[in-house]
Design a protein around this ligand. Structure first.
Ligand code: 7TS
Length: 415
């Protein structure tokens, strides 16, 4: 696909897409790299690397401040990226898109601004048992400050689906529901639209953690019907250090600022200030302009491939991996058997997950092992760690087979 100029048909040649990712062309420990840690961070196509380079070679300046050409170009790049992201999420307007450092900062922003204004003693914040620490700890901090409490939608054990049997009662008690769209450990795809609809009917504000979904499936904030949604650029082929918080405009208008500083004010006196309108009100200081430009390019790139096609490819690879893993005696495979995403977590009877990942690395296969920032979930499942393979569109069936081959080779060393 390279510069995004070729046809969709050609773009669907998944193997050919690999040529867009220079990092994939290397050997690691003497073996061709098989990168299966995409849930942690995705790789970057050449067009994104070029966008960062072009920004610094040609357009770099501060935004919104200058009246000179470069500052105008930087502002256009930054605000143009905001507009493009609004389209990507089908938001009503670019004013609903706030740039952050990533999902973690987006979720902290909601907890510290909307939460500070609206959560008080005795209020309930509803989460699920499968949240990444970044959608748990910010709410714990808020609870500590306010005297509110947390409640959790249960996970149905190894199957990784949510137990929604008590949802209506839980929503009746809650003021806010924050949940992950796709689990980074179980690979489950949560019914975001249904959860948001039922929350809305109960008058509960919703936050969707789209870290694992934004680059893998279509994410339409109007169709989902959420109040807030967060994602990270680096997991969707964009640069590190840039992310997004979508927030419904009426809510953003009522929220206090996040951090104080330049850009977020209209008038400053020694003892008080008036604040800018959203989204600028929530973006104090010089922003990550190059990151925004890189993220825009990543989004253009993904949209040429098509997120529906990416999701189908994810599912095909995950199914192939699960079917082959399931043949291993005594293996514990996590996540739903149907409709799962590109994340496959497992525990082998005879090899510790960390040893397995370390030895797979010796064969060039990059896996993840550990608690995946899901410590309470793993404690519930009764395992200290899982091994995890997570796929993206540049992974191939041959790589899945190589991963399985390496698992078998490594197992032989343990038994
Ligand atoms: N939410 C989910 C569901 C995630 O998977 C992650 C990162 C985050 C939030 C935080 O994203 P960040 O970009 O702000 O760090 N997940 C992982 C992972 O599974 N392995 O490393 C990071």
């Amino acid at each position: 696909m390279n510069q995004g100029s070729e046809t969709t048909q050609e773009a669907m040649d998944w193997t050919k897409l690999r040529a867009d990712f220079p990092i994939l062309e290397q050997t690691v420990n003497g073996h061709p790299l098989v990168y299966l840690d995409n849930a942690a961070s995705s790789q970057k196509p050449q067009v994104v690397i070029n966008a960062l380079r072009t920004h610094y070679e040609r357009d770099n300046a501060n935004v919104h401040r200058g009246i000179h050409e470069l500052s105008n170009r930087a502002t256009e790049a930054y605000e143009g990226a905001r507009q493009r992201i609004a389209e990507y999420l089908n938001a009503d307007s670019r004013e609903e898109i706030i740039f952050t450092r990533g999902t973690t900062e987006s979720l902290n922003l909601v907890a510290q601004t909307w939460g500070a204004e609206n959560i008080g003693e005795g209020d309930t914040i509803l989460l699920t048992e499968m949240e990444h620490h970044s959608n748990l700890v910010p709410w714990q901090l808020l609870v500590k400050r306010t005297g509110a409490k947390l409640e959790f939608i249960p996970v149905n054990g190894d199957d990784g689906t949510l137990d929604l049997s008590q949802l209506d009662e839980q929503l009746d008690r809650a003021k806010l529901l924050s949940f992950t769209h796709i689990s980074n450990t179980m690979g489950s795809v949560n019914p975001a639209t249904e959860l948001c609809r039922r929350a809305r009917e109960a008058g509960v504000i919703t936050v969707v953690d789209a870290a694992q979904s934004a680059g893998h499936t279509r994410v339409d904030v109007r169709e989902i019907g959420c109040d807030f949604l967060a994602f990270s650029g680096h997991k969707i082929c964009g640069p590190t250090g840039i992310g997004v918080l979508y927030g419904q405009r009426e809510l953003l208008n009522t929220m206090p600022p996040y951090q104080g500083g330049g850009e977020m004010i209209t008038k400053v006196e020694y003892n008080e200030s008036t604040f800018n309108e959203p989204p600028h009100k929530f973006e104090a200081g010089t922003p990550n302009v190059a990151g925004a430009a890189g993220l825009r390019t990543a989004i253009d790139y993904l949209d040429i491939i098509g997120r529906e096609a990416i999701f189908e490819h994810d599912q095909r690879l995950a199914k192939r991996a699960c079917e082959q893993l399931a043949e291993i005696d005594g293996i514990r495979l996590f996540g739903p058997s149907e409709g799962r995403s590109a994340v496959v977590s497992f525990v082998l009877p005879d090899a510790h997950a960390l040893d397995l990942a370390t030895m797979a690395d010796q064969k060039g296969v990059a896996l993840r092992a550990g608690h995946h920032c899901n410590q309470p979930l793993l404690a519930k499942l009764g395992v200290p760690a899982t091994a995890r393979a997570s796929f993206y569109f540049y992974n191939t069936e041959a790589e899945v087979d190589r991963f399985i081959e390496v698992i078998h080779q490594v197992r032989k060393l343990f038994v």
